[in-house]
Write a protein that binds this ligand. Structure first.
Ligand code: GDP
Ligand code: MG
Length: 447
């Protein structure tokens, strides 16, 4: 599995101070596999790995990092740099109406994204937005745009299956101009596969509309195929941006890297749900963590300068993974480690979007307060009690021990019991899972 691969990677070459021609090959093989598993297209992986190798060779390995960890840091940085250079918002610098043309295969999410974008432009940019569908092949497609446009609070310009896309486009621009719309979003037809007639049609639409943005909408679940789709659209149209949809799915989003590399266009937005508000400004840094699938290791690498003991964290992670001998000392170590890394919310920031979306800010505050209290309770225990939690759970003197701890931490006895319960559950869970423990445990701590 990927996790195995990565922990292997991190462990490789421990104790060597530099990344060298000798030790880099094995590590790069793991990186290559990780990227392929994230569905980055093969030629893109090759290019990328070559670039990473160049950057990595001779790079100084700082602090307590192993060369493997240092390499992960370099890979992460390069991934983020490849996928974006800062935040790229929609360009509206045109004589109104600013026209945005949506391109992509059928099912990629063009119609949905058109409405999401309309909502974004209304709310974030205070624009007056008109949508129109040039998808005359499926009558339902026009109705679909009408429905979602209403949800977005934008206006919809009617079109019909018996019209030519070219004529629809001209009529919509004329209407937008006369009614002082700031933006006109033009939704188009797509085929299941690349189709010459349809490419010619969208080229003609582009020539007619002269859009300020031509957005290529692509399904993140498309994986390896994304590269061919991207090639075809890049050849047909001067793309100005990419929208990567369905990032809420299982995909690790490697398509982002492929599509970005092939088209050279910036990834502007990410679709993260079917709902009208499921659109996010693309964050390359965060997405790099997802593609790499090792948010926690990347965070560790970044935190080295802040004095986090990477070795200890790793030992702990391994212990958690095996579920063996996990005791209250580990529980305490886990909490103080989290504190050093900026607390729960600091840590959550480093994890992929979907995970953090669930935990609201208020929950987070509460979780952090709980964490502090737990730390207090754990500190009020003796080292022996922490090493041997059974003393508190079924030992003869457990009642008096717990009374002492509660008094020491300034909490009620029930709170000590709750902590022990939580610990007990976690220990059981960890034994069952054998792996992925760190993430699940953090979720648990987060409520
Ligand atoms: P089009 O053929 O390119 O216009 O694609 P549609 O906009 O009709 O979308 C195709 C399907 O994908 C629909 O069921 C959408 O609800 C769904 N969809 C679009 N974007 C997203 C997304 O970001 N996340 C999820 N989960 N579904 C999406
Ligand atoms: Mg559509």
């Amino acid at each position: 599995t990927l996790t195995d691969r990565l922990s292997r990677l991190v462990k490789t070459m421990r104790g060597q101070a530099r990344i060298t021609e000798d030790n880099v090959q094995d590590m790069l093989r793991e990186v290559r596999m990780a990227l392929l598993e994230a569905d980055v297209a093969l030629p893109v992986v090759r290019d990328f790995v070559a670039r990473v190798k160049e950057k990595a060779l001779g790079a100084e390995v700082v602090g307590s990092l192993s060369p493997g960890q240092a390499l992960v840091g370099i890979v992460h940085k390069e991934l983020a740099a490849t996928m974006g250079e800062g935040i790229a918002d929609i360009n509206l610098a045109a004589q109104p109406p600013a026209i945005i043309l949506m391109a992509g295969l059928q099912g990629a999410g063009k119609t949905t994204t058109t409405a999401k974008l309309a909502k974004h432009l209304i709310e974030k940019r205070k624009k007056k937005v008109l949508t129109v569908s040039a998808d005359v092949y499926r009558p339902a497609a026009i109705e679909q745009l009408k429905t979602v446009t209403a949800q977005a609070g934008a206006e919809w310009f009617p079109s019909a299956p018996d019209q030519k896309p070219h004529d629809i486009a001209l009529a919509a621009v004329d209407h937008a101009r006369r009614h002082f719309f700031d933006v006109l979003l033009v939704d188009t037809a797509g085929r299941l596969a690349i189709d010459e007639a349809l490419m010619a049609e969208i080229r003609d639409l582009h020539a007619t509309l002269k859009p300020v943005e031509t957005l290529f909408v692509v399904d993140a679940m498309q994986g390896q195929d994304a590269i061919n789709t991207a090639k075809a659209f890049k050849e047909a149209l001067p793309l100005t941006g990419i929208v990567l949809t369905k990032l809420d799915g299982d995909s690790r989003g490697g398509a982002a890297l492929s599509v970005r590399q092939i088209t050279g266009a910036p990834i502007k937005f990410a679709g993260v749900s079917e709902k009208i508000d499921g659109l996010e400004v693309f964050d390359a840094e965060r997405h790099a963590g997802r593609v790499l699938g090792m948010g926690d290791i990347v965070a560790l690498v970044e935190e080295v300068q802040k004095g986090v003991d990477v070795e200890a964290a790793q030992k702990l992670a391994e212990k958690l993974k095996s579920g063996d001998g996990f005791d209250l000392n580990d529980f305490l170590a886990q909490i103080s480690q989290m504190k050093k890394m900026g607390g729960l919310s600091g840590l959550m920031d480093k994890l992929p979007t979907q995970m953090t979306a669930k935990a609201g800010a208020a929950d987070m505050d509460k979780a952090e307060r709980d964490m502090k209290r737990m730390e207090g309770i754990l500190n009020a225990m003796t080292a022996k009690e922490r090493r041997q939690p059974s003393l508190l759970m079924d030992g003869k003197s457990k009642a008096s021990r717990k009374r002492r701890i509660a008094a020491g931490a300034g909490v009620q006895i029930q709170e000590v019991n709750r902590l022990l319960n939580q610990f007990d559950q976690m220990q059981g869970m960890m034994k069952k899972m054998k792996g992925g423990g760190l993430m699940k445990m953090m979720k648990k701590l987060g409520g």
